[in-house]
Design a protein around this ligand. Structure first.
Ligand SMILES: Nc1ncnc2c1ncn2[C@@H]1O[C@H](COP(=O)(O)OP(=O)(O)OP(=O)(O)O)[C@@H](O)[C@H]1O
Ligand SMILES: [Mg+2]
Length: 262
């Protein structure tokens, strides 16, 4: 398999703070990766680098056959279309109705005048409706984001991603604003969206969702990857090393942990 995401000795420093520290990593196309680790470990920062929102201070990041730090203009626009990002605090456009927010997933495919005209007379409302029905919000097509709960807003953002159909899908704690049932549904929908051929990287606080079919777990701490292996490689001892005192607040069940050795 060819690498879809590649980090070559990547460090990121901001105002003297070291957010990431010497990360080398290769994620093959189609792999489903969970990023775990305590608050402040660098999970969101990793996703920002993959999405090309941030660039490394040292080293190189390659995603979808591009080196992110070198992109601008049309090349950057094309790249953004290929990489979908479900943010931790999602940014719907508050002035736009749900239908328009969902159809923003199409902006990369439309010409500027089609995009502009769509604000008055939405193109492909049927596409928006189908995506909203998949996240159980088919009846809120014309609502404003303010009229929705935090969890519902997050599901609208998921619908936008379904419409965009990107090649690499990133999600930053897609379940934190949701109850467990909807959280599991969002993760399952992410898996459906990516199917076999797309690559998925998800940061998770709740380890209870690790049994949803991830191929690989990357555990981070202090800007470094401290463990890299399949879900079956996670043991209680390892999680203790990764999370320290924070482990007490982490929901692990019903995920099955490997027996500790030695
Ligand atoms: N713009 C910034 N300038 C300086 N430090 C930053 C900046 N953004 C993030 N940090 C710091 O970098 C570290 C990593 O942050 P990051 O958001 O990647 O953590 P995280 O693993 O996503 O945490 P959480 O689980 O709380 O979301 C934190 O210590 C954070 O305070
Ligand atoms: Mg984060």
């Amino acid at each position: 398999m060819t690498a879809e995401i590649e980090f070559e000795n990547v460090s990121l420093h901001i105002n003297g703070a070291r957010l990431l520290d010497g990360i080398t990593l290769s994620i093959p196309r189609g792999q489903k990766v969970a990023l775990i680790g305590p608050s402040g470990a660098g999970k969101t920062t990793m996703l920002r680098l993959i999405s090309g929102i941030a660039w490394p201070t040292i080293g190189k990041v390659h995603v979808a056959d591009q080196e992110t730090g070198t992109l601008c203009g049309n090349a950057l626009r094309r790249f953004r279309r290929q990489v979908g990002f479900l943010h931790q605090q999602d940014n719907l456009v508050p002035q736009l109705r749900v239908a328009h927010n969902v159809l923003m997933g199409k902006l990369g495919d439309w010409s500027w005048w089609q995009s502009l005209w769509s604000l008055f007379r939405p193109r492909q409302v049927d596409v928006a409706l189908a995506a909203l029905e998949r996240v159980e919000l088919g009846n809120r097509l014309w609502a404003l984001p303010d009229e929705l709960s935090g969890g519902e807003q997050q599901r609208v953002a998921l619908a936008r991603l379904l419409v965009q159909e990107p090649r690499v899908v990133l999600a930053d704690e897609p379940v934190s604003a949701l109850d467990v049932r909807l959280g599991r549904a969002v993760v399952q929908q992410l898996f459906q969206l990516v199917a076999q051929e797309r690559t998925l990287v998800v940061s998770l606080h709740s380890l209870s969702l690790l049994d949803e079919g991830f191929d690989r777990i990357l555990a981070m701490r202090d800007g470094r990857i401290v463990h890299d292996g399949p879900p079956s490689s996670l043991s209680k001892k390892l999680l203790q090393e990764v999370y320290g005192a924070e482990l007490a607040q982490i929901d692990v069940s019903p995920f099955h942990l490997a027996d500790d050795e030695g």
